[in-house]
Design a protein around this ligand. Structure first.
Ligand code: FDP
Length: 327
């Protein structure tokens, strides 16, 4: 018997119908899916074609190599523009705002086209992360600097594994798999498991002694209760966390032996990394805070590439560490 699964297209059409929403979001999601498939194919053949190298390198054909993150950025921008639904976009790859359909567009789109660059030259998992906010249709426009709580959707593709997760505001976090026809199929609603038995901790252990002393103490007191996993690409680490529960953290670095390497605001970017996973986590029943214990989704960005420390995952763990963060 042939086994058929519900496609993403079918899922999103029914979702919009059920909530009495417009077709505009469907057009935007079609652009996002097309971009993700395009990046996926480039990445799969990247090593063969010399696309996993550093920009400025020359490949065996004597052509200048484009870095995979530049390729991914161009792909996403192309599809977003052709959707004609994006007012402007913010990309990890570009300093300023990328203007698109300024007058007629409906959405703000914040993205990192290829997150986890340290994995690229090995062909290991990377992510395409995105958050979406909507133009204020009922009152004065407040620009593009939106807090995560104002996103209407956020998602990530784990490339090249073919896994896609999408959170829809007040409608859950859903996971899809790519099938043999390159369709994303089989929506599964993700809810963080309540049973702590399978929970995991995920952070860069090499940074441990650079964290605030309270965080170091919390780790020492809790690390034996959980297993530890770290891929080093946010999308990959968060993907596993959504299924298993636990906590991913990228704390502030304040005690580095070389003070120049301190990162008091952490490493991750608020608008297209931390707010994206925090939104997905909230829709899956979890929570996320910054270094002061403030919910990530409440943070109003002052600039588009703002950084923030991140503690995200199962609510009891995030609430527990929040107690020492506020000290
Ligand atoms: P990368 O620097 O390799 O691009 O924000 C970028 C990010 O990866 C995240 O994907 C990842 O979670 C984190 O940084 C890894 O940083 P460390 O190498 O410092 O652990």
């Amino acid at each position: 018997m042939i086994q058929f699964e519900q496609t993403f297209t079918n899922f999103i059409l029914h979702h919009q119908e059920k909530y009495n929403r417009t077709y505009h979001f469907i057009i935007l999601m079609d652009a996002v899916i097309s971009a993700a498939k395009h990046i996926q194919q480039y990445y799969l053949t990247g090593a063969l074609k010399g696309n996993l190298g550093l920009a400025g390198e020359v490949n065996i054909q004597g052509e200048e190599v484009m870095r995979m993150d530049q390729i991914a950025h161009e792909i996403v921008v192309h599809y977003l523009k052709t959707s004609e639904r994006v007012i402007h976009a913010v990309s990890e790859e570009v300093e300023g705002i990328i203007p698109m359909a300024e007058d007629t567009g409906r959405y703000f789109f914040y993205f990192d086209p290829l997150d986890g660059s340290a994995n690229v030259s090995h062909g290991l998992p990377v992510g395409f992360l995105f958050g979406i906010a909507k133009r204020n249709l009922d009152g004065p426009e407040d620009g593009h600097l939106r807090a995560g709580k104002d996103y209407i959707a956020a998602g990530m593709f784990v490339i090249p594994t073919g896994m896609f997760t999408l959170a829809l505001r007040e409608a859950g976090t859903w996971r899809f798999h790519i099938d043999e026809t390159m369709n994303f199929v089989k929506p599964v609603r993700m809810n963080l498991p309540e049973d702590p038995k399978g929970w995991e901790l995920s952070f860069n252990e090499a940074n441990r002694y650079t964290f605030n002393e309270n965080v170091q103490k919390w780790i020492s007191e809790n690390e034996n209760k959980y297993s530890f996993r770290y891929i080093g690409a946010l999308a990959g680490d968060f993907h596993r966390l959504l299924a298993n529960g636990g906590m991913f953290m990228y704390p502030a670095i304040i005690n580095h032996p070389n003070p120049k390497k301190n990162r008091p605001l952490g490493k991750l970017r608020l608008m297209y990394e931390s707010a994206v996973v925090s939104f997905m986590c909230r829709e899956a029943g979890g929570h996320a805070v910054d270094e002061t214990g403030t919910p990530i989704l409440d943070l109003e960005p002052a600039k588009i590439h703002q950084r923030t420390a991140l503690y995200v995952g199962s609510t009891p763990l995030v609430e527990d560490i929040s107690k020492v963060l506020r000290k």
